[in-house]
Design a binder for this molecule. Sequence first.
Ligand code: UD1
Length: 374
Amino acid sequence: MSPPPHSSPKTVMLIAGARPNFMKIAPVQKALDRAGHRTVIVHTGQHYDDRMSGSFFRDLDIREPDYDLGVGSASHAVQTARVMEAFEPVLLERRPDWVLVPGDVNSTLACALVCAKLKEETGVRLAHLEAGLRSNDWRMPEEVNRVLTDRCSDLLLIPSRDAEENLEREGIDGGRVVFIGNVMIDTLLNRLPAARELDAAGRMGLSRGQFVVATLHRPSNVDEPSALEVCLRGLGAIARDRPLLLPLHPRTRKQVSAFGLDPLLEPLRVTEPLGYMEMLSLVDASAAVVTDSGGVQEETTALGVPCVTLREQTERPVTVSEGTNRLAPWPLTVDGIIATYADAIARGRVGVGARSPEGWDGRASERVVAALSQ
Ligand code: UD1
């Protein structure tokens, strides 16, 4: 497909840093390629384990990155600084029309800052994919990343209408804001038939609708021993009702050992982090999901699977108001987690797309291309 008549082909640099970025850039890269634009993929290397990165490139059929900055893990300041230092020469060399940064991870902000500082020199424009989400909790590193990335961006691509209000409140010019819906759901809808075929649950000896999937990695839940203990005891209590599968994030695995909490994993079915297809297959087949991830709150809504979120607030309120998500009472307690889980199970699953917020239609990446082509 060639670009629309009113626009010339653009060079768009797509930034991918950490696990939740990959399912967002995958459909956008393909839609840009189809529309005849040039894409350059930059992987910052924030996530580098095969299970956190490489497997997603394979599952989502994303081509090899053109640049791998290889920054790896470090403190927030060092990780952000390393991305900035490594990204600057890439931007100066390629001088794309657009840099597209997805989500709210440290790599997102680091690349956004580099673009803002080199805007005059290179003429690059910055687009933030998933702009305008707010938890209003400044203690979250992601909230800092979101607010500052939005402030640096020329084009703010928002996934839900609440984002519009958030940006207006911060004085951001509405002319820079474009509603595009949820690109992650493009990926989900595209991969769901193959994920069902995979039958990851059956292969693990689990029956459809008879088990729970949990994920846990937020600093607020896992970096403090008593918080992590409450979460793990809550999951343990749920596991007395149904088998509970916990694909363990490397950060969480490290903290469980450091705090001597390994015995609390015994009632759970703990696995390594799962690939995209396996995880989608399992979530789709589960009775309910318990999570502190942002993306999983959205995926469960799209799939119609009840979700219990272990967070004080969510920057994705449509998953509660329109979807299948509910927050466990805060501060978290074992009883609060169980009661919210029981409520989720009682309400049960609904069909795929039955609770579909605006723009969760599998065509969000086409709207991204249209916005970048203008
Ligand atoms: C990051 C994002 C978070 C996102 C999450 C998804 C920020 C501030 N946080 O958090 O928003 O929800 O990714 O996973 O950007 N590690 C590995 N292998 C890897 C990557 C990390 O072992 O491939 C370990 C390292 O010990 C590292 C720790 O995990 O120190 C944390 O990784 P980091 O990228 O700093 O943050 P996440 O907790 O993954």
